[in-house]
Design a protein around this ligand. Structure first.
Ligand code: BGP
Length: 464
């Protein structure tokens, strides 16, 4: 008997991105990761760069057939700006890019899956960074809208679920605060402008989508945010306040404008007081106000533990969000030691209830969740299949918490694992594997793991 039955038409799927799966074959431009790997290969685990990744450019047919084989009914990937657009200024498409994405979309549909197409997954063309400062520039915002327009024109007849950005806060954090991604700048003021420009870009793309009447033809558009519920160390007032500010900075800074059309006041008050507020015009703010999303994707991996500041903020690096809180290393927390992320399945329930109570119960889905594990080879059985019971348990625990949220009325319509086939990860390259399907880096052979067989049954039964 199924103990956890999910709503009708639930999305059982998985997500990847263009830069992490396709390889750089035939691309007309380089993105910031292609470039960064060229100048600093040692920044990537085992010096493996984004050149081949999972070879999806060449093997998309076989790969998508495998996704069907494990019972998935929906699949997200992203259209690479650097592959799809030939002229970045005019938005004119690249012939081979058009051919490739047309084939991919057709093939997803042919295999009985719903295509979910994302327009940006950290993969800014390097030229736009060098010429204009990338997302620091509002001209780049407008070029992104042109790219989106070309994509809607060519694919919106078949693609009905669009996403403007994947995890835009990561562009801010990794590129402008904590140096995880190129350009590895530490500049709070720039970070704040980038945060605003990304919100503006998302709203402008949504505006374009509606002007082109993609919505009238059954299309829906959303954004994917990595939500990290911010839990205070204690219930004392200082810890609560610190957690509230961290939540406004890392979650509500995109959640509120995307759904309510407005930035949280607690955040804008701080940025104004500290004189680092973004440059914005009335017209832009009204675009943000009037072009909110149809659905939300939530990537959930880990919570954020916060405490009140314990030491004086060091002003020497200029303004940073940590002026208002410290990250809290909670003793005894359960960890994924390979990725260094806390495992806290209850977080997904809290997210479900937060969306229900504070965000008009907007339709949403889990757009990424998953467990990256190093050295999975050692779990191979005699038939060469990886027995990843730890992944099955991880997914089950998260689904149980999600189910509880849905039972209490949260409007969640799907669960996508990161990722269908082991794929390349930013600086970690192929260190940690996340897939339902394994990839042999040497031969590029793909093999379904135990979790892949398991999810097929879950998808067929719509629960477990
Ligand atoms: C998310 C990204 C994905 C993916 C995933 C796993 O933040 O949207 O692109 O990479 O995390 O994380 P990582 O690859 O860093 O281990």
């Amino acid at each position: 008997m199924r103990q956890y039955l999910f709503p009708k038409n639930f999305w059982w799927g998985a997500a990847t991105s263009g830069p992490q799966s396709e390889g750089d074959f035939n691309k007309s431009h380089k993105n910031i990761f292609d470039y960064w790997y060229e100048i600093e290969p040692e920044a990537f685990f085992d010096r493996v760069g984004p050149k081949v990744t999972s070879n999806f450019y060449n093997s998309y047919k076989e790969d998508l057939a495998m996704l069907k084989e494990i019972g998935l009914n929906s699949f997200r990937t992203s259209i690479q700006w650097t592959r799809f657009i030939k002229d970045l200024e005019s938005g004119e498409p690249d012939e081979d890019g058009v051919r490739f994405y047309n084939n991919v979309i057709d093939e997803i549909i042919k295999n009985g899956m719903l295509p979910v197409m994302n327009l940006h997954h950290f993969d800014l063309p390097i030229e736009l960074y060098e010429k204009y400062g990338g997302w620091e520039s509002k001209h780049v915002v407008d070029l992104f809208v042109k790219f989106a327009e070309t994509a809607f024109k060519l694919f919106s007849d078949r693609v009905k679920h669009w996403v403007t950005f994947n995890e835009p806060i990561v562009i801010v954090e990794a590129g402008y605060l904590y140096q995880f991604h190129y350009p590895k700048i530490v500049d709070g003021k720039k970070a704040v402008q980038v945060l605003y420009n990304l919100n503006l870009a998302s709203a402008k793309v949504i505006k374009k989508f509606r002007e082109m009447e993609c919505d009238k033809k059954g299309g829906k558009i959303g954004i994917i945010l990595n939500l990290t519920p911010s839990y205070p160390r204690s219930n004392n007032e200082e810890d609560l306040k610190a957690a509230e500010i961290a939540d406004a900075m890392f979650n509500r800074s995109f959640l509120d404008p995307s759904i309510k059309g407005e930035f949280p006041k607690i955040l804008t008050d701080i940025l104004e007081k500290d004189k680092v507020i973004w440059e914005a015009s009335e017209e832009e703010l009204s675009i943000i106000k009037n072009n909110t999303i149809d659905f939300l994707g939530v990537n959930y991996y880990q919570p954020r533990r916060i405490k009140a500041k314990e030491s004086e903020f060091d002003e020497s690096k200029g303004w940073l969000p940590e002026k208002y809180f410290d990250f809290y290393d909670m003793p005894g927390k359960r960890m994924n030691p390979y990725r260094g992320w806390e495992i806290y399945p209850e977080g997904i329930y809290d997210i479900a209830i937060n969306i229900k109570n504070n965000y008009n119960n907007i339709p949403w889905f889990v757009s990424e969740n998953g467990m990256g594990v190093e050295g999975e080879e050692k779990y191979k059985n005699k038939d060469g299949i990886i027995e990843d019971d730890y992944r099955i348990d991880f997914i089950k625990e998260h689904l149980q918490n999600l189910h509880r949220g849905i039972k209490e009325g949260s409007n969640c319509f799907g669960y996508h694992l990161w990722t269908p086939i082991d794929c390349w990860s930013w600086t970690n390259a192929y260190k940690n594997r996340y897939g339902y399907i394994s990839l042999d880096l040497r031969t590029l052979k793909k093999t379904i793991k135990k979790s892949g067989r398991w999810i097929k049954k879950v998808s067929e039964d719509n629960g477990f």
